[in-house]
Design a protein around this ligand. Structure first.
Ligand code: THU
Length: 139
């Protein structure tokens, strides 16, 4: 994590772990917790929520971002994804698109697991040449 955000690491980890524990994943048993830092320095979180109609499942990252919007803090600077998998979990394609809507291209996406292994990407690395709101505004 970069030096601007490192002071929030412990708080983001706690929030993403708590969200992880609340995941509703009775079908996949694959729990995911996410926590994001808002531009105002607050933290919002989300977990995956599955459904008996499987396709209606929403990922932790998108629930986290929706939570930020509901809180009135849609400008986000970093998102952490916590799982208890041996391999770190990157965001799925749908989440990458939603992340690109609310974070800058240089914002960090940080995957962490229970062994405290970490991997950091920028939004641009995860979704190069993203279709963002500017394309709708520019003629
Ligand atoms: N999942 C997430 O919450 N985030 C991701 O980026 C990858 C997948 C969830 C969706 C589903 O509940 C479970 O993980 C298995 O795909």
């Amino acid at each position: 994590m970069n030096t601007d955000n490192i002071e929030f690491f412990d708080e983001l980890l706690l929030a993403s772990k708590t969200a992880y524990q609340r995941a509703y994943a009775p079908y996949s048993q694959f729990h995911v917790g996410a926590a994001a830092l808002t531009a105002k320095g607050n933290i919002v979180s989300g977990c995956n929520v599955e459904n008996a109609s499987y396709g209606l499942t929403t990922c932790a990252e998108r629930n986290c971002i929706s939570h930020a919007v509901v809180q009135g803090e849609p400008v986000l600077t970093l998102i952490m994804i916590y799982t208890e998998q041996d391999r770190l979990t990157p965001p799925c394609g749908a989440c990458r698109q939603v992340i690109a809507e609310f974070f800058s291209q240089s914002a960090q996406v940080v995957a962490v697991n229970h062994k405290n292994e970490q991997q950091v990407w920028t939004v641009a690395q995860l979704l190069p040449d993203a279709f963002t709101p500017q394309y709708l505004l520019a003629k």
